[in-house]
Design a protein around this ligand. Structure first.
Ligand SMILES: Cc1cc2nc3c(=O)[nH]c(=O)nc-3n(C[C@H](O)[C@H](O)[C@H](O)COP(=O)(O)O)c2cc1C
Length: 303
């Protein structure tokens, strides 16, 4: 019997997502009948970590408009795989730039064409809009999405609003006595369970949308649906303005960016709690709509 081939594509800046991928891949690597190939995406110019304050925010316009960084050429051992795992992080409610670059790459698109794909997301906690965009990109290149699993930072939304940016801007996970930023070690280790299920499915020839069903692959936070939609719209419009202004003058772009950062922080501090209160008040009226939205975002693996 020919070995089953799995390609695991990922981009991880600090190594957190790479650890998730390694835990996921361990049971597959141990199987004699499966050949696993790792494909870390490499930007031509690495994004510096920790991020500098302005570079961090200055990355959002191109990220949300899918104008990514250049990446090193995609080279794989084979032209076809039985399964491609696409592991990505979220940048400004969009897939990270290196992953968008991969999805736009001609060689990658040939690999993805007519191939089952399962995605793994590791991020702070806002992944809904990014997952929609990745679903669209995958469908455009005729890939068949059969699974999605997500791990998020353990601490509350409010705490990680402070700790995650601090981690990204200083490199330190712990600050001000708050819980540490990042995904819990136990959640990272839990990725192994999904690797085990994938091993069983691929060896029994049953790779389909039930792959990660009933495994708690994702948890859709209904309180973030509206906030993500509003924030995505804001990033999109301001991103467009910033890209255009940068063509006129880099100083103008910087000036507008500084203004937007203040606006963004004020928006998060006001819109997010206000929309949460409004949502709570109208919950009885929107219950059905929210249940449908949750199902939509949770697909294909479900909660
Ligand atoms: C530029 C940038 C923007 C980010 N934006 C988001 C976001 O919109 N939503 C989210 O949940 N996490 C966001 N994160 C956190 C990442 O998704 C991820 O958890 C973190 O960068 C660690 O990933 P790593 O494995 O690449 O180091 C962002 C990170 C960076 C660097």
């Amino acid at each position: 019997m020919d070995k089953k081939r799995i390609l695991i594509v990922y981009y991880s800046q600090t190594g957190q997502l790479r650890q998730m991928v390694e835990n996921f891949a361990a049971p597959l690597l141990a199987a004699d009948d499966i050949e696993v190939e790792m494909l870390p995406i490499k930007p031509k110019t690495e994004f510096a970590f920790p991020w500098r304050f302005l570079s961090f925010f200055n990355t959002f316009p191109e990220t949300v408009h899918f104008q990514p960084c250049e990446i090193e050429p995609i080279q794989t051992q084979h032209n076809q795989y039985d399964l491609i795992i696409l592991a990505y992080t979220v940048w400004f409610l969009s897939p990270s730039q290196p992953i968008t670059a991969f999805l736009q790459d001609e060689t990658a698109q040939k690999l993805l064409n007519n191939t089952p794909v399962a995605t793994i997301i590791g991020c702070r906690n806002m992944w809904l809009m990014a997952s929609l965009e990745v679903k669209k990109m995958l469908s455009k290149v005729n890939a068949h999405l059969i699974g999605n699993m997500v791990k998020i930072d353990a601490c509350s939304s409010a705490a990680s609003f402070i700790t995650t940016p601090l981690w990204l801007l200083t490199g330190k996970k712990q600050a001000f006595g708050l819980p540490a930023a990042g995904i819990l070690d136990t959640d990272i280790a839990d990725c192994r369970r999904f690797g085990e299920k994938t091993r069983t499915a691929i060896l029994s020839g049953s790779l389909n949308e039930t792959l990660w069903h009933n495994m708690g692959a994702v948890k859709v936070n209904e309180n973030l649906i509206a906030s993500e939609k509003i924030a995505r719209r804001s990033f999109y419009l301001w991103g467009k303005l910033l890209i255009s202004s940068g063509k006129i003058s880099p100083v103008l772009r910087k000036f507008i960016l500084l203004f937007y950062i203040v606006f963004l922080i004020l928006m998060i501090l006001t819109v997010v709690p206000i929309s949460a209160v409004i949502k709570m008040l109208i919950k009885p009226l929107t219950r059905q709509k929210i249940a449908a939205q949750k199902k939509y975002f949770a697909a294909p693996s479900g909660e």
